[in-house]
Design a protein around this ligand. Structure first.
Ligand code: NAD
Length: 468
């Protein structure tokens, strides 16, 4: 079985075989530009624990570099390098003007107290500062598996403590709480982007017909693995805004199933209260933890970790679409087998780009020091009100109060963020799908997405004059 990095590089090589990029340039795009491996001590009660951690900057072709920080007991250099490389391609696909990076800290976040997590986060940040591996113009972390807004706030606080007077300090990290230089819509962004991506695929008649599906997202059945940040928002937004029927969920503690549909928000609340999804009213617990993955469904959304669909279980998959919300959930071998079988895989490099897209908006907000919508909202409202008044005067008819409120609403930060995210996901899908349709022998959306990414990064290098 290929390693995670091996899988990413196989996908890279496959895309490169359709392109005419000089081999030296391809190698430069493929390799990690800087890898920082560290071990640092953190005091836990009366003892010290030595923690292994990484920060990989995969590509310096654009700066800053950007990518999440993962807290997981499985962290290793191969994994962090693979995730950092995916970030480079993801940024290119979503037209986010950053290079890719990723951080990993080898701890089990579930076993740490709040205080211990804070110590680990602050010490890790100090290590990054020491080596100049963090900064608004250098490298900007964000949340990933096992981390969230709280960790991002600790990172900013530590950074700002050491960088007194740096006016753009809040832009050193994204995914922060809204009241600490964050942006509305960042927490839901990856899941919302996953929803937009699935919806776009399902609007393509020719493509979905091949998998035996009708167009349109409404009424499609969905199974989600991992009810963390990405999985929970994917489930919630797909059911509430897309009328998808969530029939099963797999979590760390097991799989639950209800063919009549599961209320995503009620399940999220239930897990918060009880610490488990098992026993959620109306659902049946399946015998094995991963069983939900093998159910018949229209859309399977792996949203936990990499490598969950592999050579050993790929033959049991009955889903028609696999929507890769997690990074690398399908290994290269399973990808080949399932694609051959006609399963449509919406690739991670595109599908979960919503997080980095809204992180980019947060970074823009932090370096411009102004909330989106602040300058123009009232002006837009005033203008729209004038137009409504004019229409009323000309037609002699009164416009309904609800319609008037809807038309004369200026855009708030959340409206602008969601609109920018939707625009990004639609444009990126169109680019990828157009490559898939036009390039002979490109069979998967993944290869088309990698071709799109490689050509953009290669163009950047060529315009820098490094590779004429
Ligand atoms: P998270 O820590 O918020 O949630 C992950 C969830 O998966 C947890 O609830 C965990 O209990 C569950 N899980 C772990 N192992 C499992 C297993 N074997 N079976 C079922 N469930 C399991 O993490 P997240 O931020 O939602 O990230 C999930 C994936 O999405 C990762 O691959 C990450 O790299 C990717 N991703 C995250 C973001 C982001 O903005 N957070 C952006 C892009 C990609």
């Amino acid at each position: 079985m290929s390693s995670f990095l091996g899988s990413v590089q196989m996908n890279f090589n496959k895309a490169a075989s359709f392109m005419n990029v000089p081999s030296g340039l391809l190698e430069q795009i493929r390799v990690s530009n800087a890898v920082y491996r560290m071990n640092f001590p953190v005091r836990f009660g009366n003892t010290y624990k030595v923690i292994e951690a990484y920060r990989v900057q995969h590509s310096h072709h654009r700066l800053p570099t950007k990518g999440g920080i993962r807290f997981s007991e499985h962290v290793n250099q191969n994994e962090v390098e693979a995730l950092a490389a995916l970030m480079t391609y993801k940024c290119a696909i979503a037209d986010v003007p950053f290079g890719g990076a990723k951080g990993g800290v080898k701890v089990n976040a579930r076993e740490l107290t709040e205080k211990q997590k804070e110590r680990v986060t602050r010490r890790y940040t100090m290590e990054l500062i020491k080596r100049n591996f963090i900064g608004p113009a250098i490298d900007v972390p964000a949340p990933d598996y096992g981390t969230g807004p709280k960790e991002m706030a600790w990172i900013l606080d530590t950074y700002a403590t050491f960088k007194t007077g740096e006016i753009n300090a809040p832009a050193c990290v994204t995914g922060k709480p809204v009241n600490q230089h964050g942006i509305r819509g960042r927490t839901e962004a990856t899941g919302r982007g996953v929803f937009y991506g699935i919806r776009e695929l399902l609007s393509q008649k020719n493509e979905v017909k091949k998998a035996g599906l009708d167009t349109g997202i409404a009424g499609k059945t969905m199974v989600v693995q991992g009810l963390g940040n990405v999985g929970s928002y994917t489930a919630k937004i797909s059911t509430e805004e897309g009328d998808v029927k969530l029939i099963a969920v797999a979590e760390y503690e097991g799989s639950i199933y209800n063919p009549k549909g599961i209320d995503a928000q009620a399940l999220i609340d239930y897990r918060k209260e009880n610490g488990t999804i098992l026993g959620f009213p109306g659902t049946k617990t399946l015998p094995n933890r991963d069983d939900a993955l093998f159910l018949e469904c229209d859309i399977l959304v792996p949203a936990a970790l990499e490598g969950v669909i592999h050579e050993g279980n790929m033959k049991k998959i009955k889903a028609k679409i696999i929507a890769e919300a997690a990074n690398g959930p399908v290994t290269a071998e399973a990808d080949e087998y399932l694609t051959r079988k006609g399963v449509i895989i919406i690739p991670d490099v595109y599908l979960n780009a919503g997080g980095v897209t809204v992180s980019y908006f947060e970074w823009l907000k932090d370096i411009s020091h102004v909330r989106f919508g602040r300058l123009e909202k009232r002006f837009q409202e005033q203008q729209a009100r004038e137009v409504v008044n004019l229409i009323e005067r000309i037609t002699g008819k009164k416009i309904d109060k609800r319609d008037r409120q809807f038309i004369a609403k200026g855009a708030d930060e959340i409206d602008i963020v969601r609109s920018g995210l939707e625009e990004t996901m639609i444009t990126a899908f169109d680019q990828i799908y157009s490559i898939k349709r036009k390039k002979k022998n490109v069979e998967s959306l993944r290869t088309a997405a990698f071709i799109n990414a490689l050509s953009k990064v290669a163009n950047d290098y060529m315009s820098l004059g490094i590779f004429p």
